[in-house]
Design a binder for this molecule. Structure first.
Ligand SMILES: *[C@@H]1O[C@H](CO)[C@@H](O)[C@H](O)[C@H]1NC(C)=O
Ligand SMILES: *[C@@H]1O[C@H](CO)[C@@H](O)[C@H](O)[C@H]1NC(C)=O
Ligand SMILES: *[C@@H]1O[C@H](CO)[C@@H](O)[C@H](O)[C@H]1NC(C)=O
Ligand SMILES: *[C@@H]1O[C@H](CO)[C@@H](O)[C@H](O)[C@H]1NC(C)=O
Ligand SMILES: *[C@@H]1O[C@H](CO)[C@@H](O)[C@H](O)[C@H]1NC(C)=O
Length: 467
């Protein structure tokens, strides 16, 4: 048996157990509730710590790093198997790249209050608008600067200079590195991304300022010298096909069905002591904190991923969340994500109602390539964990940990030319590695087969499915 103790040690300088990406991305036993309560699983080789500043590449590169998932990098990038060994000659002809935004402050402030302040005056979230030409009004590049005023009788429960959530300076720096690395692989090496943006590149984000902030940093990494503006496409937020934009009753009713299964109840019961302890310590006893691990996990990782400590009770500074408690929270969070998008009995319907339209949009991009009608070579979409999870679920990922900060899916389409006939193959990388699925490793499959894997998750009639 491998020892997992080293995984518990945190910090940039500490050694992390050398589990491979296959181990850390797809932990065995994650389906079972005993996975959660088994403290010897610790962090299962995952990294949950990053300094305030700087990109993090994971250590060693390729393992599950909650603060910054790995992404394709030229040092480690491998050509698809049959291309690498010379049995097939192929060119990359299309890239559909999805990513979660980079690291950030939390969505969820502890109801009992936070014992540490969050500082964001080291980052400038720009917010300005101008006409669509360089000749009209050129606005001042104003940015949001969050402050507190002692005359305001309401308290957000936390001191500092951040909005919740917002991108942090480490997130900006990480995004820039992410973009530089993508350029090295898909621009310099594979010559798909052009030297400067042209009509065959396309960008999209959710309506969230987090994903928009990531886009600016990542695309600056891709094109450090480009001095124009770029459109970041968005749907109207009330009907957006990412980040649960459109309203659909079936999302809530399906989630309720998922949460009424014996397995879901089982995971709450094995964690009841932990939840009670955290609830009492942090004033987090309401059902929004107790009914899933979303809020605890969000709150703790935002601290750890931005150079802070785990929280302590505001009223008793010696009552603090320990790393063991946090590790159990993270294991429970991983279990929940695997359950939402892989293991629950309603999973196909849940993916259809949450993400089916977006999956359909990906399929239509891929079909355009197949039919020789694509107007694009490179599409990059900045979204959320709640979008990455269901797409990985649709692909049939073997085991799903919570899609971490900047986690990414690269749908690569390759064209082979043999005996003068063209064929299209696909490869799907999850955070830089061929994704391991119930359909096998998606390192090299016919593009039509990839489309066939995804197709069942596209609802025929979403409006009637939503009710
Ligand atoms: C706990 O996890 C360890 C390491 O993964 C494993 O060897 C052990 O069998 C597990 N124990 C139980 C009771 O599941
Ligand atoms: C090349 O790799 C592919 C898949 O990885 C394998 O099926 C094939 O047998 C290999 N061919 C040679 C000549 O090694
Ligand atoms: C927040 O700031 C106020 C005013 O400086 C201070 O009294 C309070 O102790 C701080 N709270 C925390 C939790 O740091
Ligand atoms: C403060 O927390 C510590 C550690 O949990 C505990 O031992 C102590 O009794 C608490 N003090 C008070 C006054 O509640
Ligand atoms: C997890 O559970 C699901 C549903 O029961 C099953 O299809 C899947 O094969 C299991 N995965 C693993 C890795 O045990």
């Amino acid at each position: 048996m491998r020892s997992l103790t080293a995984g518990l040690m945190l910090g940039a300088s500490s050694s992390v157990l050398a589990l491979s990406p296959l181990d850390t991305f797809y932990p065995p036993g994650i389906n079972q509730t005993s996975y959660i309560s088994n403290s010897s699983n610790a962090l299962y080789g995952g990294i949950y710590k990053a300094p305030t500043n700087g990109p993090t590449g994971g250590h060693p590169y390729g393992v599950y790093d909650y603060c910054s998932m790995p992404h394709p990098r030229s040092q480690e990038y491998k050509m698809p198997g049959p291309v690498a060994n010379g049995s097939v000659k192929a060119d990359l002809v299309y890239l559909e790249y999805l990513q979660r935004h980079q690291r950030r402050s939390p969505y969820n402030i502890l109801p009992g209050g936070e014992n540490q302040a969050y500082e964001c005056d080291n980052v400038r979230p720009y917010v300005y608008a101008g006409p669509n030409s360089n000749s009209g009004i050129q606005p001042v590049p104003v940015y949001a600067q969050t402050y507190e005023d002692s005359s305001n009788p309401f308290s957000p429960g936390v001191n500092g200079t951040c909005q919740y959530p917002q991108i942090t300076v480490g997130g900006v720096q990480d995004g820039f590195q992410h973009g530089k690395d993508l350029w090295q692989v898909y621009g310099k090496k594979l010559r798909l991304i052009p030297r400067k943006p042209n009509q065959r590149v396309w960008f999209r984000s959710s309506e969230s300022s987090l994903t928009q902030a990531s886009a600016g940093a990542v695309l600056r990494g891709v094109w450090p010298d480009y001095d124009g503006a770029l459109p970041l496409h968005q749907m109207v937020s009330s009907v957006d096909t990412v980040n649960e934009g459109y309203s659909c009753n079936a999302i809530g009713t399906t989630l309720n069905q998922i949460k009424s299964t014996a397995e879901w109840q089982g995971h709450l019961s094995v964690t009841s002591d932990l939840r009670a302890k955290l609830g009492a310590m942090l004033g987090a006893t309401s059902s929004s904190w107790q009914s899933t691990f979303d809020h605890f996990s969000d709150n703790f990782q935002a601290r750890l991923c931005n150079g802070y400590e785990l929280p302590c009770s505001v009223s008793n500074s010696s009552a603090c969340v320990t790393m063991d408690m946090a590790a159990e929270v993270f294991r429970a969070g991983d279990w929940e994500w695997n359950y939402y998008w892989r293991a629950n009995p309603y999973v196909a319907k849940y993916i259809q109602v949450v993400e089916g339209l977006f999956i359909g949009e990906i399929i239509s991009h891929l079909e355009n390539v197949l039919n020789g009608r694509s107007s694009l070579d490179y599409s990059h979409v900045f979204v959320h964990d709640g979008d990455i999870g269901p797409v990985l679920g649709a692909l049939g990922i073997n085991a799903l940990r919570w899609p971490a900060m900047a986690s990414n899916i690269a749908f690569e389409v390759w064209e082979t030319k043999e005996h003068s006939s063209k064929s299209f193959y696909a490869r799907v990388l999850y955070s830089g590695q061929p994704v391991q699925t119930i359909h096998g490793s998606l390192d090299w499959i016919k593009l039509t087969d990839l489309i066939a894997i995804l197709r069942p998750f596209v609802p025929k009639d979403i409006k009637s499915l939503c009710g």
